[in-house]
Design a protein around this ligand. Structure first.
Ligand SMILES: C[S@@+](CC[C@H](N)C(=O)[O-])C[C@H]1O[C@@H](n2cnc3c(N)ncnc32)[C@H](O)[C@@H]1O
Length: 282
């Protein structure tokens, strides 16, 4: 997937996808016309972004705020973070030691290599998607969502924003939900290209690596090689109450239901208009 490119500033990684005729093309952002995302397998953290943010309601008393490091912001608390996913993907090895030896640095170095198990290809009507080059088992951690850490205020609506809870999980505190956004629109890793399916192969879920909270891609079923890796983006993205139309093509696709409902509504409107406009038949 990675093609090392030389530009006049630096050696940089871009994303390349394969079109149906087998030709490689440079990937661009779907929400920012002309923007060329670069490969970035890390969190970009700018403390000044969070300096004015109030102390998160989900943080226990005595937390470090405003955050000075990624760990201050993404402190791995809560039930989802009791187990560390270790230093590598593709295993179901988990570590329950809260102060274990696994490190975010090792995780980033290892996951940089594992992207080679996937290929970016142009799909039918859904932009670039991710395809597997090998099989995976249910429960495997396939990767993690990287990008720039931003406040909720900065991220309203975009194709590459991932919202992640901070502090203990919201259901632990019952009352509050605090989140940060991971923005992969300009800098991110291959997971930014995973398309939605109503019958998805994987899910995004919060996990821990050492002392940092991450959002991993976890297989929810066995995935064969040469298959499009998909995630269910959830009802807020493609659900019945949104204007987006899913084109995943799955049997239970919400887009098909939505279009059917829209057509039924239009037919009802046409009948009403006709009754109003047409003179009653003798
Ligand atoms: C996170 S991006 C996925 C990568 C994207 N396909 C690309 O080329 O960069 C999400 C965007 O991909 C497209 N997409 C993903 N899944 C889709 C689906 N099931 N139906 C229609 N469009 C989809 C939509 O434009 C969506 O806003």
């Amino acid at each position: 997937m990675a093609h090392r490119q030389t530009n006049r500033h630096n050696l940089e990684y871009y994303f390349w996808y394969t079109s149906s005729d087998g030709v490689k093309h440079l990937a661009t952002s779907t929400d920012t016309p002309g923007a060329v995302p670069t490969q970035f397998n890390d969190y970009a953290f700018t403390p000044s972004r969070f300096a004015q943010e109030p102390y998160p309601a989900t943080f226990p008393p005595g937390g470090i705020w405003p955050p000075k490091t990624v760990t201050d912001l993404l402190v791995p608390l809560g039930p989802e973070c009791t187990e560390c996913v270790g230093d590598i993907c593709y295993t179901d090895t988990v570590c329950e030691d809260p102060i274990c030896d696994h490190t975010f640095e090792n995780w980033k170095a290892a996951t940089q290599e594992w992207q080679e198990y996937f290929e970016l290809r142009m799909t039918e009507g859904r932009g670039v998607g991710v395809y597997t080059k090998r099989a995976f088992d249910v429960g495997d951690v396939l990767g993690w969502y990287a990008g720039e850490l931003k406040t909720t205020e900065e991220c309203k609506d975009g194709d590459y924003f991932m919202e992640m809870e901070i502090g203990p999980m919201p259901w632990a505190s019952q009352t509050a939900e605090e989140t940060v956004f991971i923005d992969a629109s300009i800098k991110g890793n291959w997971t930014r290209f995973i398309n939605h399916s109503c019958e998805a192969y994987a899910t995004f879920c919060v996990r821990r690596v050492g002392n940092v909270r991450i959002m991993v891609v976890e297989a929810v079923k066995d995935i064969p090689a040469n298959t499009e890796l998909t995630i269910d983006y959830g009802p807020e993205y493609y659900g019945m109450s949104t204007s987006r139309i899913c084109q995943c093509g799955a049997q239970s696709c919400v887009g098909v239901k939505k279009l059917k409902l829209q057509e039924e509504r239009r037919a009802k409107m046409r009948m009403k208009t006709c009754r109003k406009d047409c003179p009653p038949q003798e």
